[in-house]
Design a protein around this ligand. Structure first.
Ligand SMILES: [Zn+2]
Length: 66
């Protein structure tokens, strides 16, 4: 099920990234990977996976640098 170059319909729905940016830590490889996975999932239209990635990022607590 490879995504085609054209979308089946315009994406006018709420953009999860635009409205729920959890601000991943730039120093965290896990967050970086989750952001990447989330973006790839969004490009392939898998919005439930996008949400999963966002939730994981928001739950990924690093604490402040000590
Ligand atoms: Zn993290």
């Amino acid at each position: 099920m490879a995504p085609e170059t054209t979308l089946p319909e315009p994406v006018n729905l709420t953009d999860p990234y635009a409205h729920n940016d959890p601000a991943p830590s730039p120093d965290c490889d896990v967050c970086a990977e989750l952001v990447k996975q989330g973006r790839e999932a969004r490009e392939s239209g898998d919005l439930s996976k996008v949400t999963d990635c966002l939730v994981e990022i928001s739950r990924h607590s690093h604490g402040r640098r000590t």
